[in-house]
Structure formats: structure tokens, C-alpha cells
Design a protein. Structure first.
Length: 67
């Protein structure tokens, strides 16, 4: 799962364990960002700023798992 948030919208990208089914959810709100920010504080989960390089690496790893 990948979650991308901004002040105006949130996108949630999901893929199943076999990499056969994908879903993309788009929300025109910052509520998800606010919830995630409050949940991440003090946890071992990492919050990372979005970059195209990071996204490309993520997609490459998904592609390797499909083949």
C-alpha cells in the first residue's frame, strides 16, 4: 500500500499479494493526511516526502515481484 497526501487530496494505492489486482482511491480532502500524521507520531512507521525517484523504485520492485 502507498498513501500520497497533500493539503487538497489523498490517494491510496493498493495491490494484492499476488500482484494481480490494483485499486486506486482518490479523495478530495486532507482528512486522511491528518489521521495518518496523528497515528505516525511516536510509532515505528516512517513518513516520507514524495519524490518521483522513490515512486519509480517502488514501481520497479512491484514489477520484479510480478515476473
Amino acid at each position: 500500500m502507498a498513501v500520497l497526501c497533500s493539503q487538497e487530496y489523498s490517494i491510496i494505492y493498493l495491490i494484492d499479494e499476488e500482484c494481480k489486482s490494483e485499486k486506486i482511491h482518490y479523495f478530495e480532502t486532507d482528512v486522511i493526511q491528518n489521521i495518518l500524521s496523528s497515528q505516525v507520531t511516536g510509532d515505528d512507521t516512517k513518513e516520507m516526502d514524495f519524490s518521483t525517484d522513490l515512486w519509480e523504485v517502488y514501481i520497479e520492485e512491484l514489477s520484479r515481484n510480478i515476473n
